[in-house]
Design a protein around this ligand. Structure first.
Ligand SMILES: Cc1ncc(C[n+]2csc(CCOP(=O)(O)OP(=O)(O)O)c2C)c(N)n1
Length: 600
């Protein structure tokens, strides 16, 4: 008869793991272990005695607590369809030679619930401590008020009702339904509300996009339904100013803008190429954050705009542009004070299971290399999903860095609504077909809590159907129309871009001025100062012409932004927009030194 007290720390975990394998299949462990396990009963050692604990017991308790904090996510119930696979054996008290205590039970509630946290890859001790305290104090997860709970049910009813209406009215037409990750919409609502930014710029692919366009961006039901009615063209909806681009692309690639007094929300138009919109969205946010309406260097205020990127769980690890964008996220020229990333994780890519498309446990693992905090959250727990957004926004405000929420749900239908997922994932889809929707589960919770009457929840769903049916009827009766087309609004002739010769001479002179005490590189300065004669003689080279053009734009009030490797000097040593003092290393940007320009 043996018990676990002979083993300590990781050894105990290893033995338990081997024992578990042995109980399922004795052949899976070697002969020595088989003989040992034949007479082995793992017993739980006694919990440390409060106050009278030995140093060893205290250390063991601490080591278990630490394991829960760091590895608790492996046991968290973040997948709505199945229990966590392979929880880390170090989460067992026996692995540390200790027992469960009040403290470890409390930590398990925090770290092994419907959200799983990964913070240990972050180098900054201050950030790690802040994140731990934030989740353990639950200060971003206060229970919703009864009013908040009802509002959330109403929102989930809109999300689900929209998809169900389209499913019935336009059966088999592609819409890339959100169903299974329905919480994405309330999460985006929350980010817009608590993110504190006057501008929110969102990038996302096809999945759930029509729902987001309608509910988060405010694209009218009639415009959306109009897009489904004519099937001859890919998108019969004419372009309108809010669509941010001409029509012609499919409806689930279109952009839209919602402008309100307190906030402007933009969904960037998206190409079919997955994740390619990411750097565009980050650039749009940066443009909104940079104050360029004055001379000198631009003033960056990351609080002004919040970029939000919604990723697919297969595209996120699969597309190189994701890593490329992360790589630039902390480089000064590209910083935006943190992007909020949400993986709309439906656990499948077209017909491909995760095991066939990535080499990591989580879809989000790439982000860890860039020290991005990660929260995995169960898409069936609305309150946990909103808490994750609040934590993410608070972290961004405090540290100005990216945050990732891995929203784990499922995909109710095929990749699109014409696909039969049972051809390739029969067992998964058997599970999904019997799985209640997030709205149904939330309605039941609220009915149990006495917050809504059972038939009230159904009425909320019916109301959405009613509104959509009315919009469809109005379209049919010709009462509702699409906004007029903005196509063809291009200018006939190219604009006048010439600059007066005297003005150019003055600009040239200003660019060749050097501040008091600033020493130029002699070799380069000789070349640059020749630009005085070059202008008179009409021998302007490429770099010279470009610099004059940039300066004239700044005088006109048009900001110029140039980024990329070698952008300052120019790949062929032709540009030299930033000069370096050889004695002090100080930089001089003559364009930003112009004092009377109207832009930077
Ligand atoms: C660069 C690129 N490769 C392939 C495709 C084709 N494609 C469109 S959706 C899709 C599956 C994406 O899966 P996931 O990222 O998990 O998103 P989901 O559709 O499941 O929401 C593929 C392969 C594409 N549009 N772009």
């Amino acid at each position: 008869m043996a018990d676990l007290r002979q083993f300590h720390g990781p050894n105990a975990g290893y033995v338990l793991d081997a024992f578990e394998r042995f109980t399922h299949d004795p052949e899976s462990v070697d002969e020595t272990w088989r003989a040992y396990f034949a007479d082995f009963t793992p017993t739980e050692p006694a919990a440390p005695v409060a106050g009278g604990a030995t140093v060893e017991q205290a250390l063991a308790a601490r080591s278990l607590a630490e394991a829960i904090r760091t590895r608790g996510h492996t046991a968290a119930r973040v997948n709505p369809l199945r229990p966590p696979p392979n929880p880390d054996p170090m989460l067992r008290p026996e692995s540390h030679g200790t027992g469960e205590s009040e403290e470890t039970r409390r930590l398990r509630e925090v770290y092994c619930g419907t959200a799983g946290y990964e913070f240990e890859h972050i180098f900054s001790a201050e950030e790690r401590a802040w994140l731990r305290d934030a989740v353990e104090s639950r200060r971003f997860a206060p229970p919703l008020s009864a009013e908040g709970k009802r509002a959330l049910l109403a929102r989930l009813s809109e999300v689900e009702g929209f998809e169900k209406f389209l499913h019935k009215a336009f059966f088999g037409q592609k819409r890339f339904s959100i169903e299974g990750t329905d919480m994405l919409v309330p999460m985006l609502d929350e980010a817009i509300q608590v993110g504190g930014a006057a501008e929110v710029v969102i990038g996302m692919a096809h999945r759930g996009r029509l729902n987001v366009l309608t509910h988060v961006l405010g694209k009218p039901y009639s415009t959306m339904i109009g897009g489904f009615q004519g099937t001859a063209k890919p998108d019969p909806v004419p372009a309108d100013p809010e669509a941010l681009g001409p029509s012609g692309d499919v409806k689930y690639h279109m952009g839209w803008r919602r402008k309100e007094e307190s906030v402007s929300v933009t969904l960037a138009p998206n190409p079919s190429h997955l994740e390619f919109v990411n750097p565009v969205v980050i650039g749009m946010a940066r443009a909104a954050q940079d104050d360029t309406g004055h001379a000198g260097a631009p003033a960056l205020d990351p609080a002004r705009a919040l970029p939000v990127l919604v990723h697919g769980d297969t595209a996120f690890p699969g597309q190189g542009v994701v890593a490329e964008s992360f790589n630039l996220s902390r480089v000064p020229g590209y910083q935006v004070g943190g992007t909020l990333h949400i993986i709309a994780n439906n656990q499948i890519g077209f017909t491909t299971d995760p095991e066939e498309s990535r080499s990591t446990r989580y879809s989000s693992d790439l982000a860890k290399g860039f020290e991005v905090p990660v929260v995995h959250v169960n898409a069936d727990d609305p309150e946990a999903c909103l808490a994750a957004v609040r934590l993410a926004c608070a972290y961004r405000s405090k540290f100005g860095r990216d945050f990732l929420i891995d929203l784990i749900g499922y995909r109710r239908w095929g990749h699109n609504e014409g696909d039969v997922p049972g051809f390739t994932q029969p067992r998964l889809y058997e599970t999904i077909s019997g799985h209640p929707t997030a709205r149904e589960q939330w309605a039941r919770t609220l009915a149990d809590q006495g917050v809504v009457e059972p038939d009230e929840a159904e009425a909320m769903l019916r109301a959405v159907y009613g509104r959509m049916s009315e919009a469809q009827a109005a379209l049919a009766a010709g009462v509702a129309t699409h906004p007029p087309s903005a196509n063809g609004a291009r200018p006939d002739a190219p604009p006048e871009t010439g600059v007066d010769a005297d003005a150019l001479t003055q600009i040239n002179e200003a660019l060749l001025g050097r501040p008091e005490g600033w020493t130029p590189n002699a070799q380069l300065e000789k070349l640059l100062q020749r630009r005085r004669e070059a202008l008179q003689e009409g021998k302007i080279d490429w770099g010279h012409a470009e610099t004059l053009a940039f300066a004239s734009l700044l005088y006109d009030g048009t900001p110029v932004r140039l980024t990329g490797q070698d952008a300052e000097r120019g790949t062929f040593s032709h540009r030299h927009l930033v000069l370096h003092d050889p004695t002090t290393g100080a930089k001089l940007n003559p364009l930003q030194a112009l004092t009377d320009t109207r832009a930077t």
